[in-house]
Design a protein around this ligand. Structure first.
Ligand code: KIV
Length: 275
């Protein structure tokens, strides 16, 4: 069922049940108005830690804090009615122990109303994923290019080529076996994404993966052309809001300097005239 036809937001089990069916539509959001724009069209809205780079100008996602995720999570929740909200656990908030992960996941869900959390990592996070799901925290896993690990991955490279492929299949099986309800595959070869999709029972959500994944996700600022610092190959720009916005700002500045703005319709008379 499409998000626009549904009356209430899906639950993580509903997303899991979409495996092999109509692709799961996911986008990131960080603010109320953007969440409102996508609510009728997306199954899942992810409050991604990409917020650090696209809205806060950070060089990577490593500087994102719990407080930032809480603030943006609350904003996104105000704009959603039909789509399910998932929130990223920021770097350093879950890796130390299952107990640390539970305390911070519970805090994010309590403070934002998110239905699930997303965390990065494969087999080494399986114990934590099992601990969380057993305690009421649905988990979306994230494999492949895991941006919180860029310093150990050596940058934003394609993951899972050649001898790495079998290990990623094992990671996908481990997170699925631990109870994750879905898994993001980022920047992995299409054949490997298809192999993983066919080899596990939970939906794969691709970003730079394959059209054969059970769903797709993009960073909203990338696909709207708002974030232009760089464009990964896997991004398709559906709009040029960055360029259009700058042109609009330049036109406003020119109008102000030439006293073309405000015009009579933007100003007020001595007596009220229906404004
Ligand atoms: O933070 C984010 O935006 C993400 C997506 C790229 C999946 O994790």
């Amino acid at each position: 069922m499409s998000a626009s036809a549904r009356k209430t937001a899906p639950m993580p089990d509903d997303i899991r049940a979409m495996k092999g069916g109509t692709p799961i539509v996911t986008l990131t959001a960080y603010t109320t108005p953007v969440a409102r724009m996508m609510d009728a069209h997306c199954d899942v809205v992810l409050v991604g830690d990409s917020v650090g780079m696209v809205l806060h100008g950070l060089p990577s996602t490593l500087g994102v804090t719990m407080e930032m995720m809480e603030m943006h999570g609350r904003a996104v929740a105000r704009g959603l009615d039909k789509a399910m909200m998932v929130i990223d656990m920021p770097f350093g908030s879950y890796e130390e122990s299952p107990q640390q992960a539970f305390a911070n996941a519970a805090r994010l869900m309590r403070e934002t109303g998110a239905a699930a959390v997303k965390l990065e990592g494969g087999a080494h996070m399986a114990e934590t994923i099992a601990f969380l799901t057993a305690r009421g925290v649905p988990v979306m896993a994230h494999l492949g290019l895991t941006p919180q690990s860029i310093n150990t991955l050596g940058g934003y490279k394609v993951q899972g080529r050649d001898t790495q492929a079998d290990a990623m299949v094992a990671d996908a099986r481990a997170v699925a076996g631990a109870g994750a309800f879905s898994v993001v595959l980022e920047k992995v070869p299409a054949t490997l994404a298809d192999r993983i999709t066919g080899g596990i029972e939970i939906p794969t959500i691709g970003i730079g993966a394959s059209a054969g994944c059970d769903g797709q996700v993009l960073v909203v600022d990338d696909m709207l052309g708002l974030f232009t610092a760089f464009k990964p190959k896997f991004v398709k720009r559906y709009a040029t809001l960055g360029e259009d916005g700058e042109a609009a700002i330049a036109a406003y500045a020119a109008d102000v300097r030439a006293r073309r703005f405000p015009e009579p319709e933007h100003t007020f008379a001595d007596r009220a005239q229906g404004e």
